[in-house]
Design a protein around this ligand. Structure first.
Ligand code: ZN
Length: 328
């Protein structure tokens, strides 16, 4: 084994061309999935206060925005719906004329070359803001799972290319797979939010999706922040149930989990850089406390280096523009 002075690791760092040649991890547009929020009405583009540059769009504006997203070379979006009316059963979630279903049909009719993924959960649609059907203050697992299967099926019937259950109920991937297959949608993949933690980093998202729970929290279904082995068990069950892509959420604070999941299962692995991760970088950048662009890229490279094959990120448009700039 060579030792100093024969071995000098700095040798490959002097020349920028060599640095570029030996870089192990790079971002590409193909890594990006852009989360978007759709609201009722027309001509609506509401800024989300806690997420600079992120908006709630009505369907007409959403279609325009999707055209821009596709023209930037971003391959996929994931849709979150904010319905006109919310009730205890979250019935807009599986209404064929619900807000997300309308959005999917409009995008599919007008935008070429854009994969439309849908978030499948109940919390944006229930009056109490919880991820499922309640008995008292308890979220009922199996009753919720059957509604999630209905919701996923209605998205696919409207034209969704992929569904992404984010609720963390037990057994939902299998229920969704069965519901889709029964109707002949055997080719539609499931991206499962497999290891989703009960995280403080979701704060700004709840402004965007208007999905704060009216009481309590999500600790009875989302994972405890201290657990790693349990994440492996969660991912393993989702794979057994038929998940095609597994996800870790949030991303930045859980890089160890992304690495463990990738090493253990070798599955296509997604990571969700959540609203709090985004807003912290944006806020510090806007105050000139950090170089926003540099930290954005560093945060995303870290997620990819940890093992993510794709990243759901509110920075997707910024990253696509950055890549166009540096690759010129
Ligand atoms: Zn939820």
């Amino acid at each position: 084994m060579a030792i100093y002075p024969n071995k000098r690791l700095r040798r490959l760092r002097y020349n920028p061309i060599v640095r570029d040649m030996i870089r192990e991890t790079e971002l590409s547009k193909n890594d990006l999935i852009y989360p978007m929020f759709v609201v009722p009405g027309t001509n609506v583009k509401n800024p989300v206060k806690s997420m600079p540059g992120i908006f709630q769009f009505s369907v007409d504006k959403l279609v325009k925005e999707c055209k821009e997203v596709a023209s930037l070379g971003i391959p996929a979006v994931i849709l979150f719906g904010i319905p006109e009316h919310k009730d205890e059963q979250g019935s807009d979630a599986y209404d064929p004329n619900g807000i997300v279903q309308k959005a999917i049909r409009a995008i599919k009719a007008e935008v070429k070359n854009l994969l439309v993924i849908t978030d499948v959960c109940m919390c944006e649609y229930t009056s109490h803001g919880h991820c499922g059907i309640l008995l008292g203050e308890e979220i009922l697992n199996d009753e919720t799972v059957s509604l999630l299967a209905k919701e996923a099926l209605s998205h696919v019937e409207a034209g969704a290319d992929m569904v992404a259950p984010s609720d963390m109920m037990d057994g939902r991937v299998l229920a969704i797979r069965k519901a889709l297959d029964y109707k002949g949608y055997t080719k539609i993949p499931i991206m499962s939010y497999s290891a989703k933690y009960s995280s403080g980093y979701y704060g700004p998202f709840r402004d965007a999706a208007e999905s704060s729970p009216a009481f309590g929290d999500r600790r009875s279904h989302q994972m405890d922040i201290g657990n790693g082995d349990e994440a492996i068990r969660e991912v393993e069950s989702d794979i057994e149930e038929g998940a095609d892509i597994v996800m870790v959420k949030p991303a930045g604070p859980y890089l160890d989990i992304i690495r463990r999941v990738k090493d253990k299962f070798g599955m296509p692995t997604a990571a969700y850089q959540v609203s709090g991760e985004f807003s912290m970088i944006k806020a510090a950048g806007q105050n000139d406390w950090i170089d926003e662009e540099r930290v954005m890229i560093e945060a995303l490279i870290a997620i990819k280096r940890a093992g993510a094959d794709m990243i759901l990120t509110y920075f997707a448009k910024d990253v696509a523009r950055y890549l166009d700039k540096v690759r010129k």
